[in-house]
Design a binder for this molecule. Structure first.
Ligand code: AMP
Length: 223
């Protein structure tokens, strides 16, 4: 049966890394709204032009725009046999819209990755991303930034423009105010699971696999 998975958790929790691993294993698309927006910014589309300044401040792009983007993406052929959403929903309004979009599809499995705030700040301030392929490289010293190449494609690593200290603070504030309430929104569903994310990525991956297996087994696929 199609697996429709969403990843909740604060910025820096490892949602993107885990979503990518999981998507590869399952052969389903990883749909990252942050990546889609960054591509729009790069391409200079109308949405990109509007989103750029908002993202650079660490705020959220408006719900209507985001719901429109996701609706269109989930309607594509490759998302019919399942998908992993990374970075959406981020507000209760987005979560409600997603429920409507899921009408007639297997229930979403919700994985909330939890990480203490001090660890998030440490991770985000030392995170590098590849300009070419978007791979995350954590723990690269800032001083080595210009000499370290992406291990997947050899591209140049740089700090994300919204990973600077001020913007990270704002993103965490926005997360607590707008996104954390989603934990309560989903908590009572039989497909909701939490995974502790302040562990080595391989360990998180194992626990996530287990959580998804368990969630789909107890649910039988319907909300
Ligand atoms: P991310 O890569 O998921 O950390 O997203 C980077 C930025 O893109 C966020 O800080 C927001 O400005 C914007 N963004 C991504 N997904 C959403 C969403 N679902 N709703 C609103 N803004 C979003």
């Amino acid at each position: 049966m199609a697996l429709n998975l969403i990843m909740l958790g604060p910025p820096g929790a490892g949602k993107g890394t885990q979503a990518e691993r999981f998507a590869k294993k399952r052969g389903i698309p990883k749909i990252s709204t942050g990546d889609m927006l960054r591509e729009s910014v790069k391409a200079g589309t109308e949405i990109g032009l509007r989103a750029k300044a908002i993202m650079e401040r660490g705020e959220l792009v408006n719900d209507e725009v985001m719901i429109g983007i996701v609706k269109e993406r989930l309607a594509r052929a490759d998302a019919q046999d399942g998908f992993i959403l990374d970075g959406f929903p981020r507000t209760v309004a987005q979560a409600k819209a997603l429920d409507t979009l899921m009408d007639g599809r297997p229930a979403i499995v919700v994985i909330d990755i939890t990480v203490p705030e001090a660890e998030l700040v440490r991770r985000l301030s030392s995170r590098m991303v590849c300009e070419e392929c978007g791979l995350n490289a954590e723990g690269v010293e800032l001083a080595q930034m210009s000499t370290t190449a992406c291990k997947r494609c050899g591209g140049r690593l740089k700090q994300r423009s919204d990973d600077t200290a001020d913007v990270v603070r704002e993103r965490l504030k926005v997360y607590k105010r707008d996104t954390q309430p989603l934990v309560d929104f989903y908590r009572d569903r039989s497909t909701f699971r939490q995974v502790f994310g302040a562990q080595p990525p391989d360990r998180v991956e194992k626990e996530l696999d287990h959580a998804v297996k368990h969630a789909t087994k107890t649910e039988g696929g319907r909300r």
